[in-house]
Structure formats: structure tokens, C-alpha cells
Design a protein around this ligand. Structure first.
Ligand code: UN1
Length: 500
């Protein structure tokens, strides 16, 4: 399929793709695939006003009916999975299997949200006063701004949007300027769903802002944006948090990860090997959940690490649209330069580097393909505390489990973590309060590839937000405590007397 065919199969016409100043290049070969028009701040403000007007309508549509909108969205995504998955691959460079997986993640969260639309449960609470009842109710919050990153151009929007929409909140999406086309394609799907749904879905229920940082700042500045959910770098998250805190707006932050795996002496090394390669190399090391640090018990180090180095050598690097490719390109030349620089620093800190360096130079000179790298480190040095968004896996040894857990927790980020062990004492300890300090802690699976049913997010520099499953929906609603007096008396709480 030509790039043109991929773009048009995803519903993007020639006029959508031209006439503007934002150049979109595919990381597959570095060629230009669009020149998009960008929005300015006054357009962003107008969109926010429109979204707020939509909120005033949408909040009163019954939640199960709002769920119907998300059901139709999920149905449409099912129909368009192949086309949208290919566009994800073309625009961000992840292999087609992972592009399709990302669309599947959208479908899954839509299914979850449809059920949720009939389960936005509050509480009934025992009142201390006779003839009184108490309850807790969840109401829609307001406009929800969603800022997303290039590496997962569509799924994180959907984790937020599917929940926000059933919770009664319109959504304004600011995608990465590196991956705006997938957002435009999804917005077209939303508009077709809105037409099918009927007139109680107001205009402006979902909107997309194309452009740079100033548009994100327009969202954080506007009092009518009740909530910002942002996925991306730690500096971006800090800026969003600072701006939102000025007006005490609500945030959900899903920022960097520096995820580790502990491989214990009792581990099934065959399973560990497969899990390591997928989670360190998948999406070319550009997931926030990518495995970046391997902490291996000294007794199994020699049985595992040389095999890993061999497995890395055989990895098929190439065009992510082609069957059989396991490693696609990095997003751009800057990412490749950051990878090279990190490997250089690691060498300076005593590391032995296997792999690394640019790949496919002869055939893809304008793209940023990299050989994934394994770096054996003498200890957990400075560079290992940083997240480099590239396929670099640092490896260190440990002797005692407590030491391994301390190493795993010693970095600023706290997103995902895992242990490979068949010793239940070790695995339960790893999951205990004294174990991993991350938002995600797994046993005998890698740190990446989470299902939508769990709450997704992490602690420390990862930002503390939770998206997707479990009760993450509560962040998209406002909680109201209600006390109802059905007696003929007016007793005060805490037994206070106040007679007039
Ligand atoms: C991200 O990289 O921003 O758990 C999200 C995973 C995916 C989501 C990653 N479900 O790897």
C-alpha cells in the first residue's frame, strides 16, 4: 500500500493534508506526508468556549445515553481498525502489529466505558442525625483537555476521552505536533459518530487543536478547562502542573518512566528472555513503559545476558509496515542523537555497549533507524537515572533481593516495574508496601503492554495520575456530598445547640 493509500483509507483527503505550515514527516523514510494548517491561540479560545457550551448540554444527557455515543465510537473503531492502525504506523513508526494493538486498546476502553456509563456509582452514608439521609453523587466536571505524545498517538486520547465522554465532559485534544494526522482521522470518526448519534450530542463535543506548545498553554490558562490530562515528558508535565495550580485546576499527569525488571535466581529464563526483548525493544524503546533497566541476580547473569545479546543481534530492523519487522525507526534524528549521546555517557561511566548506532543508513538515509543496545554496567550509574526515549537496556547485577528493590526504586520515575521469580516469598514481597514503589508492579510479565482494565499511571516524577480502568473515572467527575433532612426537626451536626 502506498502512503497515499494509507492516508486516504484513514479518511484523510488531499485538502486535509495541504495548505499549512506544519510539516508532517513519516519516520518510516523521512518523507513529507502533509503540510497542515495550525491553529492559533484565539481559535483555541473559541474552541474552548464551544466546548463549554457543549458541556452545558452534555452534562444533562443521561449517562447511559452518553455511553451509547462511546459504544458507536467503539463500533466505528472496530470497522476502521486496519486503516487507523496503518496510519498510526505511518505517522509514528511503530510496527503494524503495535499500530493495530493501539487501536485495539481504543476499542477495549470504549467497551469498558460503555459498561461504566451504567455504573457511575456513588455511596449512601449513615447520617448521625435522626430523619436524615446522606449520599455521595458524581457529577460531570466540565471541559477536559487531553495532551498526548507522539509514541502513542491515539490510545491515550481514547483512555481519557471514552471515560470523559461517559462522565459528561466534552474533550479538546492537543496531539503531539509530530503526530497530528492520526488525531485528525480520529476526529473525523467522532464527527461521523456524532451525526449517527442524533442531536443530543452537541457540536464541539470532541475537538482537535493542531499546533505547538502555545495551544497547550491556552488550555491550561482558560478557566473553562476543568481538567487537563497530559501524557509526555516530565518537563512538560511540570509546566502543565504549574500553570494549572495557579488557577487550582485539576490535572492527570502520565509522564516519564524508567522501568526495571528484577530477574531472580528461580526465574524461568526462557520466559524472561522473551519478555525482556518485547518490553525493551517494542515500539523501538519509545514506550513510557519500556524496560530500561535489567537487574539480574549474579547466579543467573551468565545464563541470561549473553543469550540476550545474541537475541538482539538477530532482531529484524526495518520498514514497520512490512510483515516480520520487529524494530521500526525512532521518531526523528534528534531521538537518534539522544540515543548516541546516552550510549557515549554510559561508556564513560564504565559500561560495555552491545549494539547501538544507526541502522539502514544505505537504504533509509533520511530516517532514524537504530540498532537496539544492551549496556552492561558495573553499577547503577548516573545515566541510568534518566529516561532516554530509545531502545537502550542497561544491565546490572545484584546479590540480595532488598538490594535489587532498592536499585529499582532509586530512580526519580515510578511508572512500571516487574520481577521474574517463581518463589512466592519473593514475588509477594516485591508487591508489598516494602517492595516496588511504582504505579504498576508485575510478576513474570514485562513492564510494558498493560491492559486497559487496571488504572494506568505512576508515582514520583511520573506524575501521580491514573487513567484508563479501575476507578480512574472519578478524576473526570466532581464529587458532591448530599445531606437530606426528611424530619420535622432541625438538629445540628456534632450536637451543637444554636437556639434562636
Ligand atoms: C505510553 O507509552 O505512553 O502499557 C503508554 C503499555 C501501553 C501504554 C503505553 N498499554 O505499554
Amino acid at each position: 500500500m502506498s502512503y497515499k493509500d494509507i492516508l486516504s483509507a484513514a479518511g484523510l483527503s488531499a485538502s486535509d493534508l495541504s495548505g499549512g505550515t506544519l510539516t508532517v514527516q513519516t519516520p518510516v523514510d523521512g518523507s513529507e506526508i502533509a503540510q497542515l494548517a495550525v491553529h492559533d491561540v484565539s481559535t483555541a479560545n473559541a474552541m474552548i468556549e464551544k466546548s463549554h457550551a457543549a458541556f452545558l448540554v452534555w452534562r444533562s444527557v443521561p449517562a447511559p445515553r452518553r455511553g451509547e455515543f462511546v459504544r458507536l465510537l467503539g463500533e466505528e473503531l472496530r470497522r476502521q481498525k486496519q486503516a487507523l492502525g496503518a496510519l498510526v504506523t505511518l505517522e509514528c513508526g511503530k510496527i503494524l502489529q503495535e499500530g493495530l494493538g493501539e487501536v485495539q486498546e481504543m476499542i477495549d476502553i470504549c467497551d469498558f466505558a460503555v459498561g461504566l456509563s451504567r455504573q457511575l456509582y456513588g455511596l449512601t452514608i449513615a447520617s448521625e442525625r435522626p430523619g436524615h439521609s446522606m449520599r455521595e453523587t458524581w457529577h460531570p466536571m466540565g471541559v477536559c483537555g487531553v495532551i498526548t505524545a507522539f509514541n502513542f498517538p491515539v490510545a491515550p486520547w481514547c483512555w481519557n476521552a471514552a471515560l470523559a465522554l461517559v462522565c459528561g465532559d466534552p474533550v479538546i485534544w492537543k496531539p503531539s505536533e509530530k503526530t497530528p494526522l492520526t488525531a485528525l482521522a480520529v476526529q473525523k470518526i467522532c464527527e461521523s459518530v456524532r451525526a449517527e448519534f442524533g442531536e443530543d450530542a452537541p457540536e464541539g463535543l470532541t475537538q482537535v487543536l493542531i499546533g505547538e506548545r502555545d495551544l497547550g498553554e491556552a488550555l491550561t490558562a482558560h478557566k473553562n478547562v476543568a481538567l487537563i490530562s497530559a501524557t509526555g515528558s516530565v518537563p512538560m508535565g511540570r509546566a502543565v502542573a504549574a500553570d494549572m495550580s495557579k488557577r487550582l485546576g485539576r490535572t492527570i499527569l502520565e509522564l516519564g518512566g524508567n522501568n526495571a525488571m528484577i530477574v531472580a535466581p528461580s526465574a524461568d529464563l526462557e520466559m524472561a528472555l522473551r519478555a525482556i526483548v518485547f518490553s525493551a525493544v517494542g515500539t523501538a524503546g519509545q514506550r513510557c513503559t519500556t524496560l530500561r533497566r535489567l537487574i539480574v541476580h549474579e547466579d543467573v547473569y551468565d545464563a541470561l545476558v549473553p543469550r540476550l545479546v545474541t537475541a538482539y543481534r538477530g532482531l529484524p530492523i526495518g520498514d514497520p509496515l512490512e510483515d516480520g519487522t520487529l524494530v521500526g525507526p525512532l521518531i526523528d534524528a534528534q531521538a537518534l542523537a539522544a540515543m548516541d549521546a546516552a550510549l557515549e555517557t554510559a561508556r564513560g561511566e564504565g559500561g560495555t555497549v552491545h549494539g547501538g548506532g544507526q541502522a539502514l543508513r544505505a537504504t533509509h538515509a533520511n530516517a532514524a533507524y537504530a540498532h537496539p543496545a544492551i549496556v552492561e554496567m558495573p553499577e547503577q550509574s548516573e545515566i541510568m537515572h534518566h529516561e532516554t526515549f530509545a531502545p537502550i537496556l542497561y544491565v546490572v547485577r545484584y546479590r540480595e533481593l532488598d538490594e535489587a528493590i532498592a536499585l529499582q526504586n532509586a530512580v526519580p520515575q515510578g511508572l512500571s516495574s516487574c520481577i521474574f521469580s517463581t518463589d512466592i516469598r519473593e514475588t509477594e514481597y516485591f508487591l508489598s508496601a516494602a517492595g516496588s514503589d511504582c504505579g504498576i508492579a508485575n510478576v513474570n510479565i514485562g513492564p510494558s503492554g498493560a491492559e486497559i482494565g487496571g488504572a494506568f499511571g505512576g508515582e514520583k516524577d511520573t506524575g501521580g495520575g491514573r487513567e484508563s480502568g479501575s476507578d480512574a473515572w472519578k478524576a473526570y467527575m466532581r464529587r458532591q456530598a448530599n445531606t437530606v433532612n426528611y424530619s420535622r426537626e432541625l438538629p445540628l451536626a456534632q450536637g451543637i445547640r444554636f437556639d434562636i
